[in-house]
Structures are given as structure tokens and as C-alpha cells.
Ligand binder design. Structure first.
Ligand code: ADP
Ligand code: MG
Length: 633
């Protein structure tokens, strides 16, 4: 007796529904697919109308090439596309779409109506209602294509139940439109939600103009990345360009990082780590910059056919490409002088500023004037020069703090707190440290006036009053010293080997990287009893060794592990150690110590940010004080 067959070939309709589930998860994805089609059709203007987060209606109108009458019905079939014709084409995809699935999938789960009129023809329209295709009919439409999607998921209650609220979906749709607007400055976009225009950007020639239209004022604060000189003849045809924010502008999430690969917006996640690394110690824990980064590389080095929604792509030489990005960012930041926000309107001290006064953000911070490129094209603001120099204050020799109140310590992240907890208590003897090398920063003459709350140094810097966070500054100075003092990195033999308590995964990582560790001064021996450290860089004391090793091993498990270089490890050690030994808040300093710190500021890169990315100083221009006290005529 023959068994009935248990495996059945699914019918086309069921297959279509399964595929639709992948391509059309939510209204924002529909918007994405339709915008991509309009861009592929060489449109110069795309209008997106949505109602109730797209759940009631999505309508996308473009002025592109249109769909010919005889293609209309076919465009709704699965795997029907005008964008590739053979398997070979898959290796070099230049269009955003290519799978021929979007319209078919959308038509499975909604009422989809396509009206189109290619140049020099009559308008035609076709409707597909939850998988049922209608007949082609005449339609009075402008040249181009208009696609309407309504009642999405009305016949898929399970899918509908898992949808976000309309407001959430609307913001997701804004994200989608913004990311496409950034990648295609040559196309004008207009997004209307529930009859309100929420984004409108005209077609422009230059990416800079588009960024300014989309990102607003903050675009003016971004700097253009450039490759380190040595990289121009590095192997590989990939090329990074774009803009990044200076370290003082950050976001809690990476969603203002836009990555375009050959003009296609892709998920930024795989790039976040390299970007952060490029910032070295300039970003606070858990913070991300704003960035628009364009990767151009030969089409056959990127596979876009790995994900139904094409947000993820695969790069053939991903490590190389990521390392290049990191180097470019690091180089760009090193070669861009950064200065603290000047509180021209004393915005930092809100309680002192008159409540009615609008936030004077119109005055750009000083670094924006010196940045390599200003996206706004604004001319740098002329700093008003006084004809008569004001007198320079002198501090009292028997200086005391000017307040008896408790010091206000800046808020620390959990990770920082942890770091400070482990930090030793011996403060570095500021007066007796080795000099830091030549003067590299052209800073104004600075005179310490007093210490406020034993935590902040008041400094007269020509026509500005600086409030310097002594701990933040000393941390930065120590970091630079530790990082560059070779003697501290010499392996120092330990009298008593420090045993390491490691679990199986840590052991595996350690064994895989033991040579790298030796290169930075750690000698680790394996005995029957387990591993122990017999030599370590001089800057680490015995009690720190084991926690450090745990940190390092944890880092090595990250995906970016092959990126780890000795230089980065040294950065990390210097970073962790810079806090230890730095003067604390609530610690009295004498004038000579303050002068020494100010002098060191001239000899280190990045004097304006501590190693955690917080500012070291706040500036109050004399002008602003005069203005505040009504002294301006
Ligand atoms: P794909 O974009 O992968 O080719 P789609 O299902 O998204 O698949 O679209 C099917 C076809 O319909 C496209 O290949 C294209 O020829 C045509 N098409 C869709 N939208 C438009 C549009 N806005 N303008 C011109 N042609 C379009
Ligand atoms: Mg498409």
C-alpha cells in the first residue's frame, strides 16, 4: 500500500502571501519600496502622502519614466522586474530595486492602485485588491506614476494586531523619507502626513545643500571627512566621503548616522563601532555622533541580495572597509581644531540669563568658524574687537576658595563612576611631572584667578573668563602623557606573578591573542594551576592587572576584534588609567599647580574635552557679561 505524500507544492497565491510577509512588514516598508521605485524611474520630484501612519492611505506620486500599458499588469507579478534580466546582472546592481517583489507583495495585503503615464502616452490605471488583479482602465493623470495603497493588512488581522501606533509609524516613515532624501539630493521630496506637510526639500545639485535642508542648523556644525595621506595608495578601490559631527554634538542612539553604499541607504549598525573607534576617546560612553557617510566601491564588491528589504548588505572586504572608515574619522578629528562652545549668550548658566532672551544659538561656536568646511556657507562671525584693551586681573597670592558651599560634581555615567571607584587615591604630583613636549596649541594668554568650590579653576583668558573643570582637564593631560610616554609601556617584571581567574571563553580568547598581548607588554604564563601575569606595562599596578585583563578579553570578543591594534589597546589602557591619579573635584590646588595645568593645555591635542568626551572648559566672553549687565551702549 503506497503512503500518501506528505509534502505538497504550495500554490502561487500562498507563496505570494509568504513572500509578502517578508517584504511588507509595516507601512514604512511600503513607503520605502515605493520611493525606491520612483527613484529608479529617474524621478525629479516625489510626493508622499500618508494618512494615519500609512494605515489608511499611502500615496506616492512621481514624475518619473512611468510604466507602459503593456507592463502594468506584469509589474504586479512576482519576480517581474525591468531592472535585471539575467543572473549575471545580480553581480552588479545599480538600481535600488531588482527583486520584482514589492508591488506584487503590497498588492497581496492591501488595495493597491497604480496609475501611470509614460511620456507621450495616455494615462492608464490598474488595481490589485488583496491579490485580485483588476482590468486596465484609462486614467487622467500627469506624466509619471501615482501609486495608492489603502487598507493595508485589513485582511491580515494577525499582522494588523502587531502593528505600532500610527504616530510611531509616521515617525518611522519620516526616517525612511529622510534617509532617501539624504541619498538623493537630485530629487525633490515632499512628505504630507494627515494633510500637514512635514518635510519638503527641493532638488539640489550639492549634497551639502541637501544636508542643510534635512538636518537644519546642525549640518553647519559638521566637518567633511578626509583620508589620512598614507591611505590614498592603500589597497582597495573603496572610498569613504561624507560629514561627521564634532564630538560636542552627540546622540544617545546611532540613528542619526546615515550610511550610503553606492547611493543606497543601509542599516548603520554594522558601522557604529568603527565610527566610535574613530572618535577615539572623544565620545562619552554610550553616545553616538551625527554622521552622513558615503561609501563608494565597485558594484561587485557588495552583495545587496542578502535581505528581503535590502537594508542589509554584505561587503566583500568588510574589515578593510571598516578600518579605512575608522582611520578617516580619526585623521579628520585630529586635523580639525576643536574648541569648547563659547557661551556667548551665557546659555550654560540659564539661571543667570534673562528668561525672555531667546537662546542665542545663532552665534556659532568658535570651532565652527575654524572647521574645515562649513555646510551652511555662512561667513564666520567677526568677533568684536575692543579698541582699548581691558585690564588683566591678578589673583591674590593667598588664594582660598571663594565659596564655602559644597562642590557641584558633574554627573557621571555608570561606567565612569565605576572607573572612578577603581581609581587609586594618589594624586599625581602636578608640579613634579615630566614636561609634556612642545607647545602645539595656539591658546590665548591664560592667568588662573582662583579656584571655585575646590573643583573649578577660574581663568582669565584675554577677553574671556574660562571655568575649567580641574579633574576633566587633568584627566586629559594624563591621558596624553600616559599615551605617549614610552617608558610607561615597557614590560616590567612582577615580583609576584598575578594569577588570572578565567572562564572557558576567556581562556579561548586569551590563547588566541596571547602574542598581541605580549606586544603591549603583558607576559602571561600558563602553568598547571592556570594562567598568571609575570610581566606587565609599568603603568599598571598589581591590583589593576586582573581587572584590566578581564576588560581586554571582553573587548576581544567583540565583532570588531580583528580591528584591534596595539595602538588601540594602548589608547584603552591610557584611557582607563588617566582618571587614576588625576586631581579630583573637591581638591585644593595652589596657583603654581593651576598654572602648570594651564601650561600643559598648550602641549596636548584636544585640550577642550576630557577623555570621556565631556568639555573641560566653559567660556564666558567679556562681551556677554557686559551685555548681561546692560553695559552695552
Ligand atoms: P523591482 O523594483 O524590484 O523591479 P517592484 O515590484 O518594486 O520590483 O516593481 C516592479 C516594476 O514596476 C519595476 O521593475 C518597474 O519597471 C515598475 N515600476 C514600479 N514603480 C514604478 C514607478 N514609480 N515608475 C516607473 N516604473 C515603476
Ligand atoms: Mg522596487
Amino acid at each position: 500500500m503506497s503512503q500518501p505524500s506528505r509534502i505538497k507544492q504550495l500554490d502561487e497565491r500562498t507563496i505570494g502571501h509568504i513572500a509578502a510577509g517578508e517584504v511588507v512588514e509595516r507601512p514604512a516598508q511600503v513607503v520605502k519600496e515605493l520611493i525606491e521605485n520612483s527613484i529608479d524611474a529617474d524621478s525629479s520630484r516625489i510626493t508622499i502622502d500618508i494618512e494615519r501612519g500609512g494605515f489608511d492611505l499611502i500615496r506616492i506620486t512621481d514624475d518619473g519614466s512611468g510604466i507602459h500599458e503593456h507592463d502594468l499588469s506584469l509589474s504586479l507579478d512576482r519576480h517581474a522586474t525591468s531592472k535585471l534580466s539575467s543572473e549575471e546582472d545580480l553581480a552588479a546592481i545599480g538600481t535600488l530595486g531588482f527583486r520584482g517583489e514589492a508591488l506584487a507583495s503590497i498588492g497581496m495585503v492591501s488595495k493597491l492602485s497604480i496609475s501611470s503615464r509614460p511620456l507621450g502616452t495616455e494615462g492608464r490605471k490598474i488595481v490589485m485588491d488583496n491579490g485580485n488583479k483588476g482590468k486596465i482602465e484609462p486614467a487622467g493623470v500627469a506624466e509619471g506614476t501615482s501609486i495608492e495603497v489603502s487598507h493595508i493588512f485589513a485582511n491580515q488581522p494577525a499582522r494588523l494586531a502587531f502593528q505600532r501606533r500610527p504616530a510611531t509609524e509616521t515617525s518611522k516613515i519620516v526616517d525612511v523619507v529622510v534617509s532617501h532624501a539624504i541619498s538623493h539630493p537630485e530629487v525633490g521630496f515632499r512628505l504630507v502626513s494627515d494633510e500637514k506637510t512635514i518635510l519638503e526639500v527641493p532638488a539640489v545639485d550639492e549634497m551639502e545643500d541637501r544636508l542643510y535642508d534635512v538636518l537644519g542648523r546642525q549640518a553647519g556644525k559638521m566637518i567633511q571627512i578626509s583620508e589620512p595621506p598614507g591611505d590614498s595608495d592603500a589597497p582597495g578601490d573603496e572610498n569613504w566621503s561624507g560629514w561627521i559631527s564634532t564630538p560636542d554634538i552627540t546622540r544617545g542612539k546611532g540613528d542619526e548616522i546615515h550610511i550610503l553604499i553606492n547611493g543606497r541607504p543601509v542599516a548603520a549598525q554594522p558601522f557604529l563601532q568603527s565610527i566610535r573607534r574613530g572618535y577615539r576617546t572623544r565620545l562619552m560612553q554610550g553616545r553616538h555622533p551625527v554622521a552622513v557617510l558615503l561609501l563608494d566601491l565597485p558594484h561587485d564588491e557588495v552583495d545587496v541580495n542578502v535581505h528581503p528589504t535590502k537594508r542589509e548588505v554584505r561587503l566583500r572586504n568588510s574589515w578593510r572597509v571598516l578600518e579605512r572608515l575608522e582611520r578617516s574619522i580619526a585623521y579628520t578629528l585630529e586635523s580639525t581644531p576643536t574648541e569648547p562652545e563659547s557661551s556667548g549668550g551665557i546659555t550654560g548658566i540659564t539661571s543667570l540669563a534673562p528668561q525672555t532672551q531667546e537662546r542665542r544659538v545663532v552665534e556659532k561656536p568658535a570651532w565652527a568658524q575654524t572647521a574645515q568646511i562649513s555646510l551652511t556657507g555662512d561667513k564666520p562671525i567677526d568677533v568684536k574687537q575692543k579698541e582699548k584693551p581691558r585690564p588683566i586681573s591678578k589673583s591674590e597670592s593667598s588664594q582660598t576658595t571663594i565659596t564655602g558651599t559644597e562642590a557641584i560634581a558633574p554627573a557621571l555615567s555608570i561606567a565612569e563612576r565605576e572607573l572612578h571607584r577603581h581609581a587609586g587615591h594618589d594624586t599625581e604630583d602636578i608640579d613634579n611631572t615630566e614636561p609634556l613636549g612642545p607647545i602645539i596649541n595656539d591658546l590665548p594668554a591664560m592667568e588662573p584667578l582662583a579656584q571655585f568650590a575646590d573643583s573649578y579653576i577660574l581663568v582669565q583668558a584675554e577677553e574671556e573668563l574660562l571655568l575649567i573643570d580641574q579633574h576633566a582637564l587633568h584627566e586629559r593631560i594624563r591621558y596624553e602623557r600616559l599615551r605617549h610616554d614610552e617608558s610607561l609601556w615597557q614590560a616590567q617584571e612582577r615580583i609576584t606573578p598575578v594569577p588570572l581567574d578565567l572562564d572557558a571563553r576567556q581562556v579561548a580568547r586569551l590563547e588566541a591573542r596571547i602574542d598581541d598581548l605580549t606586544n603591549i607588554g603583558f607576559v602571561i604564563e600558563k602553568k598547571a594551576a592556570g594562567f598568571s601575569i609575570t610581566s606587565a606595562p609599568a603603568l599598571l599596578c598589581a591590583s589593576e592587572l586582573e581587572p584590566f585583563m578581564h576588560d581586554i578579553l571582553l573587548d576581544m570578543s567583540e565583532d570588531g576584534a580583528p580591528l584591534e591594534t596595539i595602538e588601540q589597546r594602548k589608547d584603552h589602557l591610557a584611557f582607563l588609567n588617566s582618571c587614576r591619579g588625576a586631581v579630583k573635584a573637591n581638591e585644593k590646588l595652589n596657583l603654581s599647580q593651576m598654572r602648570r595645568l594651564l601650561d600643559d593645555m598648550r602641549r596636548i591635542p584636544n585640550p577642550w574635552a576630557c577623555v570621556h568626551g565631556r568639555p573641560t572648559a566653559m567660556r564666558i566672553p567679556l562681551n556677554a557679561l557686559d551685555h548681561h549687565f546692560g553695559r552695552h551702549g
